[in-house]
Design a protein around this ligand. Structure first.
Ligand SMILES: N[C@@H](CCC[C@H](N)C(=O)O)C(=O)O
Length: 271
């Protein structure tokens, strides 16, 4: 199985080119690939498949030739991945499957427009964040309140007073299952300056990661909400770097680096 390894602010992915739509990705295979000791290692998988070959993406084929089939490291399926789309776009351009400039990528949350040059940052139009109220999480013996933000996938974005650097995110923080029946990505946020925040994230299906693009947009939404704003540009510092989020009145943009770092062949040895 051919693979390429890439990351966006150290949110890392195994990219699997599947031009003929032949790969059968079971949850077990995904978790073996993402295993950091016995596999290639990654927070998730990006299967690159023509939209016309996938029932759930066929309707997007006219606007987006390629479908990003995203899987979390535990094998679960997610609707969207913001850093993943940026890395996916970088891969398409690098592999000669798309031309630098602007184009659409099909995802389970619809078509995302990406903008990139031959090198440098990648910007994605992430759509309008949906604020669905407030909710709570419990970790390290504390309760934190936050905003329920849907970016195609579910988020709980909490601006907190405790320093995020001191949180223990080894285990899944508890959350309200009635609000999030399909699980949730949880962001813990400290303001660190004018329109600048520091964020750590516990991702559904992957555990703590060094960055999360959809989570960074949810973070900017929560930070803006906390300061009574609706639009503006926010810097979100994550463990793996910095992302720029632009909140417009009718959409949001995620900008940051995307790098391809290795390629090779995977030999699946199920033990
Ligand atoms: N890291 C991603 C989000 C990946 C999906 C998430 N874990 C979920 O299950 O919703 C990003 O950059 O947005």
């Amino acid at each position: 199985m051919r693979f390429v390894k890439g990351h966006g602010t150290e949110n890392d992915f195994v990219i699997l080119p599947d031009p003929e739509g032949r790969l059968d990705l079971s949850a077990e295979l995904v978790s073996r690939l993402c295993d950091r000791r016995a596999g290639i290692g990654g927070d998730g998988i990006l299967r690159v498949v023509p939209s016309t070959f996938v029932a759930e993406a066929e309707r997007y084929a006219a606007q987006a030739e390629w479908f990003m089939d995203y899987r979390n490291a535990d094998g679960s399926v997610a609707e969207m991945c913001g850093n993943g789309v940026r890395v996916f776009a970088r891969y398409l351009v690098d592999a000669g499957l798309a031309t630098a400039g602007e184009f659409g990528v099909a995802t389970r949350d619809g078509v995302k427009r990406v903008r990139l040059g031959m090198a440098g940052d990648v910007t994605v139009d992430m759509g309008r964040p949906k604020i669905l109220g407030e909710s709570r999480t419990w970790l390290n013996g504390r309760e934190y309140r936050g905003l329920n933000v849907n970016m195609g996938n579910p988020h709980l974005a909490c601006v907190i007073d405790d320093p995020v650097t001191e949180l223990d995110l080894d285990a899944q923080p508890r959350y309200d299952h009635a609000v999030y029946p399909d699980g949730v990505n949880i962001e813990l946020i400290n303001p660190v300056g004018d329109h600048a925040v520091s964020m750590r994230v516990y991702e559904r299906g992957s555990g703590e990661t060094r960055s999360c693009g959809t989570g960074a947009v949810a973070t900017a939404v929560a930070a803006a909400y906390a300061s009574g704003e609706k639009t503006g540009v926010w810097k979100v510092r994550v463990l793996g770097g910095t992302l720029k989020i632009t909140l417009d009145s009718d959409t949001s943009y995620l900008t940051g680096p995307a790098a391809l770092v290795a390629s090779g062949e995977y030999h699946d040895i199920a033990i």
